[in-house]
Design a protein around this ligand. Structure first.
Ligand code: AMP
Length: 355
């Protein structure tokens, strides 16, 4: 599919902003409405009743029995008839699978060639490193290391499939048993990362091809079960119980950064934008997130990125302390997406924000 061909069939003053009803979809349709767009949600049949409560934000529901139906002729056809631009969110690739996510025959607001990189833990770290963004030390299974590492299995998501290990011998034992259980096929795909100690901070950015600038739209801290819950258990007791932390995200907590950190945070975002423009032209479009740990000396290391809108932005449906400084009006990431689309249409540059 060529975006130009699809756009050729569209009435550009009647675009619909479409997404999957999950993750940050309410924020996305809320923002789309604020900018005067029509909206569509692709909703799972058993969640339709919930999203129906927000029908004032949604012009059309496309009901499916499984997320994979997104790429079916029926759903794509219906969305094209609505002149849809598809906005992928953090759960998009996980829900529809990498193939459908990458080949969806609809114009996507974002960089679809990044999804393949995001699916590969090693490629991800390599991209950050090439950008000149500080990352934790990484090792392969069988390599020697000192200290504590976090092991990330291929395909691990939302903090599931991670575990913390203290020695190369322990890694070998754990991986061998995972191979036996069929949970790991190729130990070489497991990424071992230096376990960073400090405060986790997730920075939300937006790259605007139309304005040619990177904006900081917010920051958050995740609340994770049960690593955060363990703080309530005395350390001695947790060791006695043999408790092992998991990192399943339960929710997000707002974070306002020390202002003196902001120049560096923005610099990291700009570096990320540049590397994607160099390696994956045309480069990132719209929202992305760098996930970091800030240590006691205020050094920032980025252990992960997301090339799409992250759920932590749901904190700021009415705008964040940073988006207000840029825009002087309530500007969520969802609304910022719609604003970029509106500016692009007005300037006859829609093709610059779609892939
Ligand atoms: P992710 O799925 O990569 O976003 O990571 C899930 C969670 O695991 C993060 O929110 C952190 O709490 C934790 N985590 C991931 N990588 C590291 C690391 N290198 N050091 C410390 N904690 C980490």
């Amino acid at each position: 599919m060529y975006v130009e061909d699809v756009l050729g069939e569209y009435e550009l003053d009647r675009l619909t902003i479409a997404t999957l009803a999950s993750h940050s979809s309410l924020q996305i349709v809320h923002g789309a409405k604020a900018e005067g767009f029509r909206t569509a949600l692709v909703a799972l049949r058993d969640r339709y009743w919930f999203y129906g409560q927000f029908s004032h934000l949604v012009d059309r529901f496309v009901v499916v029995d499984s997320w994979r139906e997104l790429c079916s002729e029926r759903v794509v056809g219906e969305l094209r008839r609505l002149y849809s631009v598809f906005v992928p969110h953090g759960s998009y690739v996980e829900y529809v699978g990498l193939d459908c996510a990458t080949s969806l025959p609809l114009p996507i607001f974002g960089l679809r060639s990044l999804y393949g990189v995001e699916a590969d833990q090693w490629a991800k770290v390599a991209l950050l490193r090439e950008a000149g963004i500080p990352v934790p030390r990484v090792y392969r299974v069988g390599e020697d290391f000192e200290g504590v590492v976090i092991a990330k299995l291929p395909g691990a998501k939302g903090g599931r499939g991670y575990f913390v290990v203290r020695s190369p011998q322990e890694v070998t034992q754990r991986i061998e048993s995972l191979v036996r259980l069929g949970l790991v096929e190729n130990p070489n795909e497991v990424l071992l990362q230096e376990y960073l100690v400090g405060v986790t901070a997730y920075f939300h950015y937006f790259y605007s091809p139309i304005l040619g600038r990177t904006e900081i739209l917010g920051a958050d801290v995740r609340y994770e079960s049960d690593v955060d819950g363990l703080r309530r258990v005395p350390v001695a007791l947790s060791l006695e119980l043999g408790l092992e932390p998991t990192f399943t995200v339960v929710g997000n907590i707002p974070l306002v950064l020390r202002e003196s950190l902001l120049p560096e945070v923005l610099e990291l975002g700009v570096r990320f934008v540049r590397i994607t423009q160099e390696k994956l032209p045309p480069g990132i479009v719209g929202p992305f997130c760098l996930e970091s740990v800030v240590d006691r000396d205020l050094r920032i290391k980025v252990f992960e990125f997301s090339g799409r809108i992250v759920a932590g932005t749901n904190l700021y449906v009415d705008g964040s302390p940073y988006s207000y400084l840029y825009w002087g009006e309530p500007m969520s990431t969802g609304r910022r997406i719609a604003r970029e689309l509106r500016l692009a249409v007005e300037r006859g540059q829609l093709i610059r924000v779609l892939t």
